[in-house]
Unconditional design. Structure first.
Length: 302
């Protein structure tokens, strides 16, 4: 029989993961939230109306697996409060979902509970979308306990995900990578949308216009990798085009120029690695970027 589960924190992550595990046959015995109404709504969404919906941590004390789906800054304190109430810590596994913190952040000196970190490599802007895409989603698992790692593999596989083990020491760098790939992509799209608005395109039309471009770029990266999937003026060595971009930003959006220049430097490096940009042109573009488009050496124009 599969172990019983209690969910503390029925937000987007908790609801998506809880629903996946509930459908996989793990009995969900309690859902805990600071608002009883929110806990009841989560029970309805997950489909486990028989679970105890409560604002009290004690309602979760009999479960074997505790899903601690709370904000990063609350993990340690919530784990401490729960473990003080837990009746059988030696039979309990605490799981948090932070991509940054290690499982040991939940450690209490007097507790023998198993600790596990499980991080789906997925944005959780919407719980239903996240629930659907948890299937086949890569999920990092991390723990000092081999038994906890085994349970992590079991739970991720039950959700239809793809588990991989992550060293606790690398989690800050891992989470940085995930944030840059997901969060900063969204930021860049917002910036590009706003530039189109400056061109006279309405805000409601600007973003949909960009999405086919972005989706095709992602498809190219998926099929070819970043180096060969890259397109545009930098990989082509179009120095005049880059100079025009710099001037346009200086005139219309100077606050975005440092971002453009820094990304330009990195894109030149990728273009060189791809073998499609000549070293001579790469050097000229880097000089143009270094001078912010002002008074580059004569070599820039060759």
């Amino acid at each position: 029989m599969k172990q019983s589960i209690a969910l503390i924190g029925p937000g987007r992550v908790g609801c998506a993961v809880g629903k996946r595990l509930h459908l996989a046959g793990y009995p969900l015995t309690a859902i805990i939230s600071r608002s009883r109404e929110r806990a009841e709504e989560a029970c309805s969404y997950i489909g486990c109306e028989q679970a105890s919906a409560s604002a009290q941590l004690t309602a979760a004390s009999d479960a074997q697996i505790i899903l601690l789906a709370v904000p990063d800054d609350h993990i340690q304190n919530t784990a401490s409060k729960f473990l003080r109430l837990c009746q059988h810590p030696e039979q309990t596994t605490l799981i948090h979902f932070s991509g940054l913190h290690c499982a040991e952040i939940m450690r209490q000196k007097t507790s023998s509970a198993m600790l596990l970190s499980l991080h789906p490599l997925l944005p959780f802007a919407d719980r239903q979308k996240a629930f659907k895409t948890l299937h086949l989603c890569p999920c990092a698992i991390e723990s000092n306990s081999s038994q906890a790692l085994t349970l992590g593999h079991e739970l991720v596989s039950a959700m239809g995900g793809q588990p991989f083990i992550l060293d606790a020491r690398t989690k800050p760098l891992y989470h940085t990578a995930a944030s840059m790939a997901s969060n900063y992509l969204v930021t860049l799209l917002a910036v590009a949308r706003d530039l189109l608005v400056k061109c006279g395109i309405s805000s409601d039309k600007a973003l949909p216009m960009l999405l086919p471009l972005v989706q095709t770029s992602l498809d190219n990266v998926k099929d070819l990798g970043p180096e060969q999937g890259l397109s545009g003026p930098l990989v082509r060595g179009d120095i005049g085009t880059v100079a025009a971009h710099i001037k346009a930003l200086k005139d219309e959006a100077p606050d975005l120029l440092p971002l453009y220049l820094q990304l330009g430097k990195l894109t030149v490096d990728i273009s060189l690695e791809s073998g499609r940009l000549e070293q001579r042109k790469a050097t000229a573009i880097k000089k143009l970027i270094a001078f912010n488009g002002e008074n580059p050496s004569r070599e820039t124009n060759n």
